[in-house]
Design a protein around this ligand. Structure first.
Ligand code: GDP
Length: 405
């Protein structure tokens, strides 16, 4: 019946069920974070979450809910999701701009498109206000396209406050719980994870993950990033110093082994770190072995095999004991949060120069929302949304971003 309303283009009165449709958009880390955000919004507003399968969602994840599917049926009438973008006339922000929708409009549309992406404007971001949420509550179908982990901003909506605090007594564990509840690697990906873990990581005394993602111009590997990674793990004592003077060094009887899991699109960083621990003994006597599952050279989103490896690597990073991540990367955010880890974040280099300090510890395991709203919904004035409540702060790696702590 709700689908009939969608086809007719009109909508009045109640519907049996309300839905939110998540559109597959952007890289895998982004997709995982946004799916969790959409799910939480659906939970808070009593909607059923349906998932646009894109090219490979069903290949990567098991169905999370027993005996039912979250995948949108293939014959769903509105399946040309690519046509929705910032300029779409069905966009909620655009409708507000044209004054064609408000709390007093008598005939509401059966669906609205929500553009909650990095390029959303202030009108789109009114989504994060109580008043607008009460209007959206009357629309049976919400179609959402986002590449943002918008959960922190849901915590700014006062009508969600009580339920959120019931659901998450510890506010810095939201993605940790949602992620572990929703995202189960499919069997093919689980095979990649378990074989790799068993072969290279399981029997080490400690596992150290290093996620290296660069957003710089030029051809990687970059020497300044290499220097930064080494400076970070030495300064923070996550891996031992090496003795470059003596070929064999047995000062200590420490027989501990550390396995280092590097993930990167490039193999250059791995080569250098592995050689560092092959060519020189460690000062502590510890054994350091270094691995990198893949080096895919470039992002190939929605290529099945590529995305399987990306998902397996995210998951493997989450199984490490100590984690170093690259700033601003959702790939790293998912790994840290699934793993319940507060990573050391490699600061973003400026002008191809190694930052000093090279890295610092995250405040919490939560991902950062990179494009948050900055409106005080009640006063309708601009405000610093990172200073309103103690559990929402600006992020370590994106000064204007918001994260739960
Ligand atoms: P972000 O761009 O760092 O926020 O992370 P996303 O996961 O959204 O997009 C980056 C995409 O590039 C990933 O999904 C992968 O497709 C690819 N990618 C980036 N880094 C790695 C890596 O270390 N290993 C693999 N296998 N793929 C990567």
């Amino acid at each position: 019946m709700t689908v009939e309303k969608l086809k007719s283009g009109h909508h009045t009165g109640e519907t049996e069920c309300n839905y939110i449709v998540w559109i597959a958009y952007s890289g895998l880390g982004n997709r995982i974070l946004t799916l969790a955000s959409a799910f939480l919004h659906a939970l808070l507003t009593n909607r059923v979450l349906l998932v646009d399968r894109g090219k490979d969602i069903s290949d990567l994840f098991c169905e999370p809910f027993p005996e039912t599917s979250w995948l949108l049926p293939l014959d769903f009438p509105l399946n040309q999701f690519n046509r929705f973008d910032k300029k779409s006339p069905e966009g909620y922000g655009n409708m507000l701009k044209r004054n064609v929708i408000s709390n007093t409009t008598s005939t509401l549309p059966p669906f609205l498109y929500l553009h909650l992406a990095h390029d959303s404007d202030d009108q789109d971001k009114l989504f994060f206000c109580d008043q607008e949420q009460s209007l959206l509550q009357k629309i049976p179908w919400l179609i959402m396209k986002t590449d943002e982990y918008f959960v922190p901003a849901l915590f700014l909506i006062s009508s969600f406050e009580q339920e959120l605090s019931n659901l998450f007594p510890s506010k810095d564990t939201v993605f940790h719980h949602l992620g572990r509840y929703l995202f189960h690697p499919s069997n093919v990906v689980w095979g990649l994870i378990t074989r790799y873990y068993g072969a290279y990581l399981a029997d080490a005394d400690e596992r150290v993950g290093i996620q290296i993602r660069t957003f710089e111009s030029g051809t990687p590997p970059f020497q300044h990033v290499m220097d930064q990674v080494v400076a970070c793990f030495l300064k923070e004592k996550l891996l031992p110093e090496v003795n470059r003077q003596e070929p064999i060094f047995t000062a200590s009887r420490n027989r501990k082994s550390k396995a280092v899991l590097i993930t990167s699109l490039n193999s250059g960083y791995f080569d250098k770190i592995r050689n560092m621990y092959w060519e020189n003994p460690t000062m502590t006597g510890e054994t350091v072995r270094v691995y990198q599952p893949s080096n895919e050279v470039r992002q190939q989103t929605e290529n099945n095999i590529h995305d399987r490896k990306a998902w397996a690597e995210i998951y493997l990073l989450s199984l490490t004991d100590v984690l170093i991540t690259s700033s601003r990367s959702t790939f790293g955010y998912v790994a840290q949060s699934l793993g319940g880890l507060k990573p050391w974040i490699l600061h973003k280099p400026e002008n191809h120069t190694t930052p000093d300090p090279p890295c610092s510890r995250a405040m919490s395991m939560e991902p950062c929302f990179h494009a948050p709203p900055s409106l005080d919904c009640k006063a309708r004035t601009w405000t610093d949304t990172g200073a309103l409540v103690p559990h929402i702060r600006h992020c370590e790696d994106v000064s204007w971003g918001l994260k739960l702590v």
